[in-house]
Structure formats: C-alpha cells, structure tokens
Ligand binder design. Structure first.
Ligand code: UDX
Length: 460
C-alpha cells in the first residue's frame, strides 16, 4: 500500500469522521483534521462525538490498524496528503436562505496556502452550483503551485444512521473533475468500492454539485407530495395511510420517501432546498425551482397541523395541558436535532402554554442544549406519567414497541396523536385510546370495513 495516495479529511463531523474511518478501513493512510480540538481528542481516543450506530466499532478498528490519525494542524495535513477531502459544514446563513460558505472557503484557502507539491483538493460538502469553479480560481491564485493544485467535487449521499454502510456501499459515485489526472486520482482512492460494481458518473464540476442538491430536492418533494395529499385527505375524510400504500404499489412511484407524517428535517434537506432556491434566483432562473418554496411550506404546515390535533384532543385549549412529547431527534436512530420537526412541535406546544415533557432515547441532551425551557424525562414511562395527551413525534422502535395498555395505565387520559403513522391505530382504539393521525379520519374507516367483511362471511 506504499503506492497508495495518502488521504486527509478536513472537517470531522458526520460526513468527515465517517469518510476518514472508511478510507482507513479500505487500506489508505488517513489523517483527519478539525479546528475543534475537543472533537479531535475524542476521535483520537476512539470515541465518536455523535450518535451513529456502528461507527464506534469501525473507528476502533481503523485506529487499531495504525492507518488513521487525527490532528488539529493544517500544516501537518498539507504536508501529509496527496488527496485532500474537504468535509466541512455548509449551514444555512443566519440572515438568509443562502448557504454559509465561510468554512468551505477557509478550508480550501488554508490548504492552498500550505501545499507545496502536486495534490488534489476534493470537495464533499453540499454547495451552491458554481462554488467549485469559484474555488478553483481562488485556490490557484493563492497556491504557490498555481494550476498544479487541482480541484474536484465528489458529493456524498450518506444518511445519518446508515453512515458507514452508505459510505462503503453507495448507490453510485460521482466524480466531478476538470482533468484526466483528477479523474485518475479519484479512481485510485475509490477503487475498492468501484471494484464492487458501484456505478461511477464522471462529470463536470457543476453537474457534480447539482447531483447532490437535485437528489435532496427530489426526496424532499416526494415527502411533501404525500403530505400535501394528507391535507386533501383531512378535508375529505380520506385516509392518507391507505392512499400511500396504494400509490407505493405502482413501482414507478415506489414507497420510499412516501411516508406521510410530520415531514422532513435534519441538517440537509431543509437547508438544501432553501439554498438551491436562493442560488437559482441569483442565476436568474428562480422560476425553475420555485416549487421548492411550496415543498418547504407544505412541510412546515404539518408541524402546525400536529399542534392543532393535540389542541383538539385536549379540548380546544393547550394552556396547562400536560403533553408527553415522544421524540426530539429529526428521525429515529439519530441524536441530531438540527431543524427537527419534533422539537419544533414541542416548542409550539410550550408557547401555547402546555406543560411539555420530552423523551427521546438519544437526543435529550442535544435538545436540552438548544431548548432548555422544556422538561426532559429520562424514560418513556416518566414522560407519559399523568399526561393529558401523548404525541409521537419521532418514530423510534421503542415507541412502536410500547404496549398501549401499559402506557394507558400511566397517563391521565388515553389520548394520542401519532405524528409519524408509526402505531397500530386499531390496537390503540380497541384499548380505549382516542387515536389521531395526520391525514387520517378521526374514526377508523378500516375497522368498520373489516367488521363488515367479517359479518358478510358470517352471513354466508
Ligand atoms: C439526507 C439524504 O437522504 C442523504 O442522501 C443526504 O446525503 C443527506 O440528507 P438524512 O438527513 O440523514 O439524509 O435523513 P433522511 O433519512 O434522508 O431523512 C430526512 C427526513 O425526512 C427525516 O426527518 C425523516 O423523518 C423524513 N422522512 C423521510 C419523511 O418524513 N418521510 C419519508 O418517507 C422519509
């Protein structure tokens, strides 16, 4: 492996930490770099600074192999690497829908000042289209190497909760390059993954940047599509749950990302569709993706509607009502509360005067940090004790597995809003719960249909 390119990974968040670990497991010598020394200390000592199933074991394996190290020193990174992956964050700007590119710019410029031999800088972060072209001129102006210092874009599609598997076995690889040499470097680095049969799309820089935002916009649109249908169901007495199942059996549509409910959140989808719209407007083609504004609005309206359902169950007024809020993370198997629909609903309930008791199996600590005013319970049973209304906001397995009778014994009133269509409505209703879900009728039509059918069978 002495001929292998040496790899640095700049930025050790979800994306970078996972990428660094996986590259070491694939046999490369890797240096992970971050400005945050507490993060670097944790990683170097074998601890992952966030919740990601499977990653701690893989980190230990990579450290044991002797092929992975962490550092805060960019000089060391510049001297070490042949291929540098830039994995820093591109959060939404504080004062607009645009992406905040200061960390990306700083990472590229910092490396460009320091690198003294031919190397490839590879952007992985999600950025507005045109960023890679702008960074190419920035980097080549700063660098003592001039045009010898090349830049490529390699967007990453990993999902939180599946970060390792998605990195080692992606659906596809996208190499955004502007030279054959750059393509060859990426081909060497990803060879073990390509050898597994993973398709590679070799593209120009702009297309590579666009693949990422286009994919996330499509996924967000699919979720908001079914949630828009939920609004239609609410106005007509139709059942979005049955509708989604029926639609999903058309394999041109498919069932993935067609689950109705409280909608999407997290560190990617919401900010990516906003930044995409913003960039399209700058390019003078705002109309082309103005529908993403609707996708965003539909998504936000689900949160408001969930609060409406809780208020309805509580009898029309939330002040003083004890609400058990199950979940805070933006999705299960994650401790991430960035733009979490769950926490947003809890916040709105609180602002209407409810006494909210939040329980999330992993995200309580992060939620407490961003929203200290809520009550946080240490367990499911503590959260639901004496509740007037229970609202399920993140579909953790623990909540799916809960027994309606055991929960019912703890609450004051058996009233539940299922914000994620995660529970068995018939079972809850049979056990005396008033069960409500977004886009579904207040009384179950399916129970009635099933009973009718049984009657028919009995009659014949
Ligand atoms: C997403 C993309 O999937 C990934 O490819 C990209 O690289 C980063 O953004 P992630 O943010 O980890 O990954 O979350 P994802 O699993 O995609 O879920 C996004 C949100 O959509 C969650 O809040 C989830 O609850 C919601 N969702 C998902 C639905 O509401 N309905 C669905 O059917 C699917």
């Amino acid at each position: 492996s002495t001929n292998n390119p040496r790899i640095t990974v700049i930025g050790t968040g979800y994306l970078g930490a996972t990428h660094a670990v996986c590259m070491a497991l694939l046999g490369f010598d890797v240096l992970g770099v971050d400005v945050d020394s507490s993060k670097i200390d944790l990683l170097q000592s074998g601890r992952v600074p966030f919740f990601e199933p499977g990653l701690p074991e893989k980190l230990a394996e990579a450290l044991d192999s002797g092929r992975l190290r962490f550092s805060t020193d960019l000089d060391e990174a510049a001297a070490f690497g042949d291929v540098h992956f830039i994995c820093v964050g591109t959060p939404q700007a504080r004062d607009s829908a645009a992406a905040d590119l200061r960390y990306v710019d700083a990472a590229f410029a910092g490396l460009a000042e320091r690198i003294t031999r031919k190397a490839l800088l590879v952007g992985k972060s999600t950025v507005p289209i045109g960023t890679a072209a702008r960074l190419t001129s920035l980097v080549q102006t700063i660098s003592p190497l001039g045009p010898e210092l090349e830049l490529a874009w390699n967007p990453e599609f990993l999902r939180e909760g599946f970060a390792v598997a998605d990195t080692l076995h992606p659906d596809r690889l996208v190499f955004g390059v502007s030279s054959e040499w750059a393509r060859e470097q990426l081909a060497r680095v990803f060879q073990p993954i390509v050898d597994e049969g993973t398709p590679v799309i070799v593209a120009d820089l702009a297309t590579a940047e666009l693949v990422k935002v286009a994919a996330n916009s499509f996924l967000a649109t699919k979720i908001s599509y079914i949630n828009a249908m939920a609004e239609v169901c609410e106005a007509t007495g139709a059942d979005v749950s049955l509708l989604a199942t029926a639609l999903s059996l058309d394999d041109r549509i498919g069932g993935r990302f067609l689950k109705p409910g409280l909608g999407f959140g997290g560190g990617c989808l919401p900010k990516d569709i906003r930044a995409f719209r913003h960039r399209a407007e700058e390019l003078g083609i705002g109309q082309a993706v103005s529908f993403l504004g609707e996708v965003d609005s539909i998504n936000i309206r689900r949160r408001v509607r969930t609060v409406d359902l809780v208020r309805e169950l509580a009898g029309g007024d939330l002040s003083g009502v004890r609400v058990a809020a199950l979940g805070a993370a933006f999705k299960p198997n994650s401790d991430d509360v960035r733009d979490a629909p769950a926490l947003d609903v809890a916040r709105m309930l609180y602002l209407e005067g409810a006494s909210v008791s939040v329980y999330d199996p992993q995200a309580n600590a992060n939620a407490h940090r961003v929203f200290p005013d809520l009550n946080y319970a240490d367990s499911l049973s503590e959260s639901v004790r004496d509740a007037d209304v229970v609202v399920l906001l993140t579909e953790w397995q623990e909540f799916r597995d809960a027994d309606p009778d055991e929960l019912g014994a703890l609450v004051r009133y058996r009233r539940i809003v299922d914000g994620r269509h995660a529970l068995d409505a018939d079972d809850y209703r049979l056990k005396g719960w008033e069960y409500r879900a977004l886009g579904r009728p207040a009384q179950s039509g399916t129970v009635a249909l099933r009973l009718d059918r049984r009657d028919e069978v009995a009659a014949t």
